[in-house]
Ligand binder design. Structure first.
Ligand code: PEP
Ligand code: MG
Length: 868
């Protein structure tokens, strides 16, 4: 640590232990930022109690939005940062109860934050709690740490030796003459940009130099010794920055600071990026997808026919109507304000009012049994509590912006980051952020966006529709809609399916130029929009719609009848579900149980893992929603690969689909698997016949380890045996089904993954999508292999991947001998009706031909689609 040049007399300030526990030298903290004293000099404590107290008298000057860190300014001007645990920022405030607020005066020993020791121990990287002098470079000439056991608020943990100001030197000493040095361009590798922590590291490092130091991004620049200035620049991942210094030690400063910036200022997961590196394939830290704003978009489908515009299917069905273009009005905002307290209040009040509106909207939809839509507005409330988003907005206000301006920059910035993610599910959330963002913006400014009047028979065309727009749509007036943005799993698509409105996403942008009132046909299943249609075409479509509607009504009427072929072979048709609402809907559509509960949906869209009690309640509710004795197959958590969980970090991997995924995560972190297994077993008496299924099993050893954990927990709870099966989604499992069958109770084929692993084609790859077809004879051959091995030992086989809902695949799967089809809820009545129209004998003939065919295309030609 470099002390200022002249420090004649020293003042000693005793800092008390902020928690009870054992002192650990700061350099032993397993975090390079603290260990390297980048935030400042200090100590660490391994806590034995759960209350963080003030280490000295002073004012609370900062509280991190995730509530795990707080700074007190002592009367001498020391900025004492206390930081509970390591990587606790990821807990986003869960488990922390703060007893003070910014601006409060506190006395040494006053309680500041009470935290859940167990939660921090299980969810954070470490419990080690740090006390660090954030303005070390300005204030300290040394720090004398104590050792051993300390009691919070009673024992001295360290003595800070202050560097006194040089006598006669008013304010800053005159800068030594020097030169200006500027670094080469540096690409910021920090996955969430220069947020609070790297910004404070940079400012502390910069403060050690006498030179004036400035951070530049294009025209934008800020004082690199000021955390606020750096944060206010909102430097993002992959931004190109330079750093310059002017003064006597400019050379050394730039050499050091440029290198630190290049390597990510000690932030874990930041990997240096050389200029010119491509964006593709970049992943962020801890398994979170990198916030890549410039990921090359999937090649858009373009049609050669000027009358046909192509997109992707978002909700099936045919719509005939006239175009209504939906455009969103921009809200005008003032940029600058000189009263940040007023602006903060304005923002907070507007957020509060929006929360009230969202709760009312959610309640109304829930009372109309529209749980799916209600859940979307519950998710919007969550967005409004997101500390990172609030942090961004507040830092804009602190930089002199109005609440409206700061809020709009914060949510658009946040939404852009989401939109750039490769994970389609997360990218689809960008529209939710924009939607809830403009709701708050309307509150701040008092300006309301105009809602278009929709005449009956409209086909809406928009760049994007917000969930708020879609939720207020009247299906009796909207014949369909298409958007240039979005994908098949965006919330808008989910809502369209729930409302049963045909929809196409990602349509060619020329759709936005179609004049209002033009008559068009929207084919939600094929993902097309046709213009310049003749009267004859319209009549043909209307007749087809009529036939489809009649057929669906008949199928629904017979939905409760069993799926038995004309020659008496029964196939069980069950539902794929993600939660209770799906289970309830499945029952009304004739589901004979649940063949796949994707339990990860219980874990998604949350800030922390659900507890055992929460999970047990959900599984019990689902079991009760089924008819007594119906099977409920609960798949244990299947995350990793394309399904990251923010609170379950997985180190970056070269090939996530071939890495820590499915059961491998459960075996790596057995406490998660054990908790889930106990919760599942607690639902065993709720009425349904519970089955447990492990995902991504590729070796028999993995199954044995998982089963052993399961049996240990079952015996401990004294629950009767429960069937335990596996997903067959890796070729090794299909090939070795015979050996597995000696130990597993059932198999369920996940054709989505089995196809990607058999063909070595990423299931989400935009270019390979048409070839990732489960009807490829290689995939069908593996399913047949699985059925042979399983049946030889008397085990049943289901299919729960997308192929089970594919009407061309159903006859082949039945012919191969699959016993159960687990399908998406809306598809249940039609799949059952289809099976009732088939004979097992014919299915077996088709299957034999398919297994001998040479391509998926040839297989599909064996089972042509009925054009109705
Ligand atoms: C599958 O792989 O087919 C499957 C059902 O699992 P998921 O789609 O959830 O990976
Ligand atoms: Mg799978």
């Amino acid at each position: 640590m470099s002390a200022p040049a002249s420090a004649p007399t020293a003042t000693r300030v005793s800092l008390l232990a902020p928690v009870t526990g054992v002192l650990v030298p700061i350099e032993q903290v397993p975090d390079p930022v603290f260990a390297g004293r980048m935030v400042g000099d200090g100590i660490s404590i391994d806590p034995l109690e759960n209350t963080l107290v003030a280490p000295c008298d002073g004012e609370v000057v900062h509280l991190h939005p995730s509530l795990h860190a707080l700074t007190i300014r002592s009367p001498e001007g020391l900025e004492v940062l206390t930081h509970i645990g390591l990587d606790t920022v990821r807990m986003r405030g869960e488990g922390f109860t703060v007893q003070v607020k910014v601006g409060d005066q506190v006395k040494a020993g006053d309680p500041l934050i009470v935290f859940d020791l167990d939660m921090v121990a299980t969810q954070a990287k470490s419990l080690l709690t740090q006390m660090v002098i954030a303005n070390t470079a300005d204030m300290l000439s040394g720090l004398e740490p104590e050792t051993g056991f300390v009691t919070a608020g009673k024992s001295v943990a360290a003595v800070a030796i202050l560097a006194e100001a040089v006598e006669g030197a008013e304010g800053a000493a005159p800068r030594q003459p020097g030169k200006k040095v500027t670094s080469d361009a540096i690409i910021v590798p920090n996955p969430v940009g220069l947020h609070a922590r790297p910004a404070s590291v940079l400012s502390n490092l910069a403060a050690q130099y006498e030179s004036d130091i400035t951070l530049h991004r294009g025209e934008d620049q800020g004082n690199a010794k000021s955390v606020m200035a750096i944060m206010g620049m909102e430097v993002r991942f992959r931004d190109k920055v330079r750093i310059s210094a002017y003064g006597a030690d400019a050379d050394e400063a730039i050499k050091d600071l440029a290198e630190q910036l290049r390597i990510g200022l000690g932030e874990e997961g930041a990997v240096p990026i050389e200029e010119g590196a491509t964006e593709e394939g970049t992943t962020g830290p801890s398994g979170t997808p990198a916030p890549v704003a410039a990921v090359a978009p999937a090649p858009r489908r373009r049609s050669d026919d000027p009358n046909v515009l192509l997109g992707v299917s978002a909700s099936p069905g045919l719509g005939v109507g006239t175009v209504l273009q939906i455009r969103h009005e921009e809200i005008d905002v003032e940029e600058n304000s000189n009263d940040r307290h007023r602006e903060r209040r304005k923002l907070n009040d507007s957020i509060d009012r929006s929360l009230v509106q969202l709760t009312a909207l959610e309640d109304r939809l829930a009372s109309q049994a529209d749980a799916e839509k209600a859940a979307i507005f519950a998710a919007h409330r969550e967005i409004l509590r997101d500390p990172e988003l609030l942090d961004l907005a507040n830092s804009g206000i602190d930089k002199g912006k109005t609440a409206a301006y700061a809020w709009r920059s914060a949510y658009t910035n946040y939404a852009d980051k989401l939109a750039g993610l490769k994970n389609e599910l997360l990218a689809g959330r960008a529209i939710d952020v924009r939607d809830v963002g403009s709701r708050v913006l309307e509150e701040i400014t008092g300006q309301r966006r105009e809602k278009a009047l929709i005449p009956p028979g409209s086909i809406l065309v928009a760049e994007d529709l917000t969930p708020s727009d879609t939720a207020s749509l009247d299906p009796s007036k909207v014949a369909g809609f298409c958007t240039t943005a979005g994908g098949a799993s965006s919330h808008v698509a989910i809502l369209a399916r729930a409302l049963d409105i045909p929809a196409v996403a990602g349509i060619e942008p020329r759709a936005l130029d179609i004049p209002e009132g033009t008559r068009v046909i929207l084919d939600g299943a094929k993902g097309t929009l046709r213009q310049n249609v003749t009267e004859e075409e319209v009549q043909r479509i209307r007749a087809r719609q009529e036939r489809q509607a009649q057929r669906r009504a008949v199928e629904l009427e017979h939905a409760d009848e069993p799926a038995t072929t004309t020659d008496g072979h029964h196939v069980e048709v069950v539902a794929n579900i993600g939660g209770l609402e799906d289970a309830q809907a499945g029952v009304t559509k004739g589901a004979e149980g649940v063949g796949l509960l994707r339990s990860e949906f219980v874990f998604l869209d949350r800030r922390s893992a659900p507890t055992e009690d929460e999970q047990a309640q959900i599984y019990t509710d689902i079991a009760k929603a089924l008819k007594p004795g119906q099977p409920l197959v609960i798949r244990t958590l299947d995350v990793g690969g394309d399904k990251p969980l923010p609170y379950l970090p997985i180190a970056p991997e070269e090939n996530p689909f071939l890495g820590q995924r499915g059961i491998r995560v459960g075996l790596d972190r057995p406490e998660i698997l054990r908790t889930q297994v106990r919760a599942i077993l607690r639902a065993a008496d709720a009425g349904a016949k519970i089955n447990v299924m492990f995902p991504m099993i590729s070796t028999i050893e993995d199954f044995r380890l998982a089963k052993a954990i399961f049996e240990e927990e079952r015996n401990a709870l004294g629950v009767m045996p429960v069937p335990v099966g596996i997903m067959c989604e890796v070729p090794s499992t299909a090939v070795m089904a015979h050996q597995f069958a000696a130990e597993v109770d059932f198999f369920s084929v996940g054709t989505n993954d089995l196809t990607q692993y058999t063909l070595a084609m990423d299931r989400g790859h935009p270019k390979l999508a048409p070839q990732v077809d489960a009807l490829n004879p290689a995939v069908l051959g593996l399913i047949a292999e699985c059925v042979r091995g399983a049946h030889a030992a008397g085990r049943w086989v289901g299919v729960c991947g997308g192929a089970a809902s594919d009407v061309q695949a159903v006859p082949l799967l039945v012919g191969i001998g699959v016993d159960e089809l687990s399908v998406s809820v809306p598809a249940i009545p039609s799949v059952k009706a289809l099976i009732r129209s088939l004979s097992l004998e014919r299915c077996q003939e088709l299957a034999a031909q398919a297994l001998g065919a040479e391509s998926a295309e040839a297989v599909r030609a064996l089972v042509p689609l009925d054009d109705d």
